[in-house]
Design a protein around this ligand. Structure first.
Ligand SMILES: *Cc1c(COP(=O)(O)O)cnc(C)c1O
Length: 391
């Protein structure tokens, strides 16, 4: 019945490009600006509105966005920052780019995101001022309850960077029952997003920083372009109309105008994409719950952004291999960052974070993207159930 499907690999995630997207990019290519054109500001305004933040700064990719956040928050040699082992390495690497030290706290065994309790225990185990910042990740699209992290961060004098790469459109309810969007800057000092094609909004490469903090915002604008400013009130001298000053060491982390046009066109369909991800999650959850397979945790009243749909099984490697034979290309998110050879040189090792390591042994990300058809999804579900002998 599904023989026609299996001739094409079904990936775990992929972009959807429409004719409107192509037209939007074409329009920029035929116009005046390739980089630093009007689409960038348009994207920033629209994205800030989408997540409910005051300011947004478009960046060349999510990793560069993290790097600039770490710089803007003053990470330097000796600065200690806490993040989760279950994330893409970039969440930790941004601290290393600035010479800081990456520390980890274990994950919550139910949600698989950075544990608030474990983070508190780590903060309490050292003198106040030992740590400078926390980087929680809205892992898989499940929004971190940042209200709790904010209180903790304030108690210990830390800043927060929310790595919201998995969660545009996600939200959680705070204790006052207000809906708080991922990246809104309500609790985090800075939040970052990625426009890599497997993420919700594709631009080829691209990223975004959002914040409600005006001085951080202005600093990020300068850091994005070499540390250069033209703002009259910031200049130490002024030689004329051409004059600018490079006042600190920044980078070229700009996005191009045609990438911004693609992201903007994609953003206009973001709600639709999120709705489809929710439907796909609901269909997986219904099928797996009926078969007694554990399904992802969702907080009541929250909007999970469903970047990933992760199931767990002790037979994960065999299931992964079996699904490949059916042309279903699942993925594992993530190999814990602390066991990466690069991080082991700083003394981290297997056994340090048992919950993260157990999660890693068992997790598998099933296909999850808006263009996944019901028929393809049923094929995936049947294959999983057949392998786990639950069909
Ligand atoms: C994708 C991703 C990044 C990096 O984004 P790029 O745009 O690929 O540089 C960082 N953190 C997390 C959690 C991600 O998923």
């Amino acid at each position: 019945m599904h023989s026609t499907l299996s001739s094409f690999p079904i990936p775990y995630g992929r972009q959807t490009i429409t004719d409107e997207d192509i037209l939007a990019v074409n329009e920029v290519l035929r116009g005046e600006y390739l980089t630093q054109g009007p689409k960038i500001a348009e994207l920033e305004t629209a994205f800030a509105a989408y997540v409910g933040a005051k300011y947004a700064v478009a960046i060349s990719n999510g990793t560069a966005a993290l790097h600039l956040c770490a710089m803007a928050l003053g990470v330097k040699e000796g600065t200690r920052v806490i993040t989760t082992p279950i994330t893409f390495a970039a969440s930790a690497n941004c601290v290393r780019y600035c010479g800081g030290e990456v520390w980890f706290a274990d994950i919550d065994p139910d949600t698989f995101i950075l544990s608030l309790e474990k983070t508190r225990a780590l903060l309490e185990s050292k003198p106040k001022g030992f740590f400078s910042g926390i980087i929680p990740v809205d892992f898989a699209g499940l929004p971190v309850n940042l209200e709790g992290f904010r209180a903790l961060a304030d108690e210990f004098g830390c800043w927060i960077i929310e790595d919201a790469c998995h969660a545009p459109g996600g939200s959680f309810n705070n204790s006052a029952r207000e809906s708080i969007s991922c990246g809104s800057g309500t609790y985090a000092d800075l939040a970052i997003f990625s426009f890599h094609p497997v993420k919700h909004i594709a631009a080829g490469e691209g990223g975004m920083i959002t914040t409600n903090n005006e001085s951080l915002y202005k600093h990020l604008l300068r850091l994005r372009t070499h540390g250069i400013t033209r703002e009259a009130e910031l200049l130490t001298e002024n030689h004329g109309g051409w004059y600018y000053e490079m006042q600190e060491l920044g980078y070229n982390y700009r996005i191009t105008d045609f990438q911004a046009a693609l992201a903007l066109s994609q953003l206009s369909r973001a709600d639709q994409g999120l709705k489809r991800r929710q439907e796909i999650a609901d269909r997986y959850t219904a099928a797996f719950t009926a078969a007694g397979i554990e399904v992802p945790f969702v907080h009541s009243g929250s909007q999970h952004a469903w970047h990933l749909y992760v199931i767990r099984t002790p037979k994960r490697k065999a299931l992964y291999d079996y699904l490949r034979t059916k042309n279903i290309f699942c993925q594992v998110h993530y190999i814990p960052v602390h066991i990466m050879p690069y991080y082991r040189q700083f003394g981290w090792n297997k056994g340090d974070f048992p919950l993260a390591e157990l999660y890693y042994e068992q997790c598998l990300s099933l296909p999850m993207y808006p263009a996944l058809s019901n028929e393809e999804q049923d094929f995936v579900i049947q294959a999983v159930l057949a392998f786990l002998e639950k069909a």
